[in-house]
Design a protein around this ligand. Structure first.
Ligand SMILES: Cc1cn([C@H]2C[C@H](O)[C@@H](COP(=O)(O)OP(=O)(O)O[C@H]3O[C@H](C)C(=O)[C@H](O)[C@H]3O)O2)c(=O)[nH]c1=O
Length: 353
């Protein structure tokens, strides 16, 4: 491995977005050594990276980012040039149900990664990069108009978004105080293969498949800006290679949908794909109690990354959605695998079914 040009740690590389980043870097940069560091908690799944598991420029290390000695051991074995930090607790509903694990993983975990990078790289290191992958939820909630830019003031409102906002601040603090070269990106809602079926799209695809109720929070009028996960992975690649240390980049799909409109579109596409009479899936829609503190709207102004790094989303949403549905329907074993075990207990607790 030492003959390879650059060693990059990807934390959370067995998770949803992380697995797409790992796959892209392993395949596109055979001269890089990609070290996937993942604790394999409920949403981490080595099946997500099975296709690159035997690649000569890929390694996997099972480690928890809150374990200082475990992370030190990873840096002791590998000559790390860059960290792409994606490992995080990410589901807003879980953060309402059980906030402390979000504080631990997202704050202590990020601080641990930063501290070990600093110890290992020394003061004001040259040619190193700590890249923190974050969320647009740090900016709070928009009304009907406007977009989040890189200079929008932070206003996180859920335990999840507050923990991510705090982790962004920690990254900037290590950059400012210790001269660690850091970069941050804040992205909108992702969708695509490998997403754990607690998030809206994979949850609803799975429920439609099994003719189970579709729990729409409140009136379904909340708006999200959807981006295909491979477009996000390409943006991360661009920020890694062309981003300026000390900068922040917003990433988004410029693709806003009210939840209920998205769900109706999903229902229509799935009825067609499953050969069911039109309206079958829509009949499963069940309006339920709104999420506590539910943010109304997220929308990203991605002009900085477009103008400075040349990144743009590539996939039309309806095509991405069709591709996503096909993936979940075709990968039955993956879906069955992640919805067995503890999943049913979680589902029953959250939806009372
Ligand atoms: C699971 C679920 C969700 N919803 C609503 C709640 C939201 O308005 C929307 C999407 O929910 P989801 O939990 O999939 O995603 P967000 O809460 O927008 O957050 C997501 O996008 C950001 C950027 C991240 O940073 C989070 O990590 C990621 O989870 O659908 C329902 O109406 N019913 C449901 O059963």
């Amino acid at each position: 491995m030492s003959a390879l040009e650059r060693t990059i740690i990807v934390t959370g590389g067995a998770g949803f977005i992380g697995s797409h980043v790992v796959r892209r870097l392993v395949n596109n940069y055979p001269h890089y050594h990609i070290v996937n560091v993942d604790a394999l908690t409920y949403a981490g799944n080595l099946a997500n990276v099975a296709d690159v598991a035997d690649a000569p420029n890929y390694s996997f290390v099972r480690a928890d980012i809150t374990d200082l000695e475990g992370i030190r051991a990873v840096f002791a074995v590998h000559q790390v040039d860059a960290v792409i930090h994606l490992a995080a607790e990410s589901h807003v509903d879980r953060s309402i149900d059980d906030p402390l694990i979000f504080v631990k993983t997202n704050l202590l975990g990020t601080a641990t990664m930063l501290q070990v990078a600093k110890e290992s790289w020394g003061p004001h290191p040259q040619g190193k990069l700590f890249y923190h992958v974050s969320t647009d939820e740090v900016f709070g909630s928009l009304g009907e108009l406007g977009f989040f830019t890189e200079s929008t003031a932070y206003d996180p409102r859920s335990p999840y978004s507050a923990s991510k906002a705090g982790s962004d601040h920690l990254v900037r603090a290590w950059g400012h105080t210790f001269g660690l070269p850091v970069v941050i990106s804040n992205c909108s809602n992702n969708y695509g293969p490998n997403q754990f079926p607690e998030k809206l799209l994979p949850l609803f695809i799975n429920n439609i498949k099994h003719l189970k109720p579709l729990p729409v929070y409140g009136k379904g009028v909340n708006v999200r800006d959807w981006l295909y996960v491979e477009d996000h992975a390409r943006a991360i690649d661009d920020v890694l290679h062309k981003g300026k240390p000390g900068e922040t980049y917003n990433i988004g799909g410029h693709n806003e949908y009210r939840n209920i409109d998205l769900i109706r579109l999903l229902c229509k596409l799935m009825d067609a794909k499953l050969g069911r009479p039109e309206g079958t899936s829509e009949n499963l829609i069940t309006y339920v109690t709104d999420r506590a503190g539910h943010d109304l709207r997220y929308a990203i102004d991605a002009s900085k990354i477009r103008n400075e790094l040349g990144w743009e989303p590539s996939l039309h949403f309806e095509e991405g959605l069709a591709r996503t549905i096909d993936w979940y329907l075709e990968n039955e074993a993956w879906l069955e695998g992640v919805t067995s075990g503890d999943y049913q207990a979680y589902y029953d607790k959250m939806y009372g079914k």
